[in-house]
Ligand binder design. Sequence first.
Ligand SMILES: [Zn+2]
Length: 165
Amino acid sequence: MRPVTEHDIRTSFVNCSRGEAKRVNLPRDLADLPWEDLDFLGWRDPGAPERAYLIAEHDGPLVGIALRVTSGASRGFTSRSMCSLCLTTHTSGGVALMTARRTGENGRQGNSVGHYLCIDLACSLYARGKKQAAGGQVVDESLTPEEKAARTRANLRAFLTKVIA
Ligand SMILES: [Zn+2]
């Protein structure tokens, strides 16, 4: 994705209030992120671990989604979970249920969309083989990193469409 600024991020949120968007703690060193390897920018709020954010280009414009993080660590150390975006398998705790309030009338009625996602939201790097899941299994796949990245983007697109629709 193209590099984004703090202003871009704060004005991109579609499912939280302006006040909330202003209070979001941004990732440090925005300028130094490996943008060319990112399908989206995702991070946990360093000041509020139950919050996470995801910023992506969606049909052109930037779309920012605020997420609620539910700890996924309740199923014991031997269980494995798969991220629904990049399909990386992690040991327990590496994946968490993240829930996005839907926009518009759906959101006002309390509707949300939940997905199990990599807890560090580094899906783009896992898909490209630039980051390894701790204790995770490499699922035997014949896809190239480019194909995995494309799949991640397709899954992300489906997720964003559900939140915004
Ligand atoms: Zn992932």
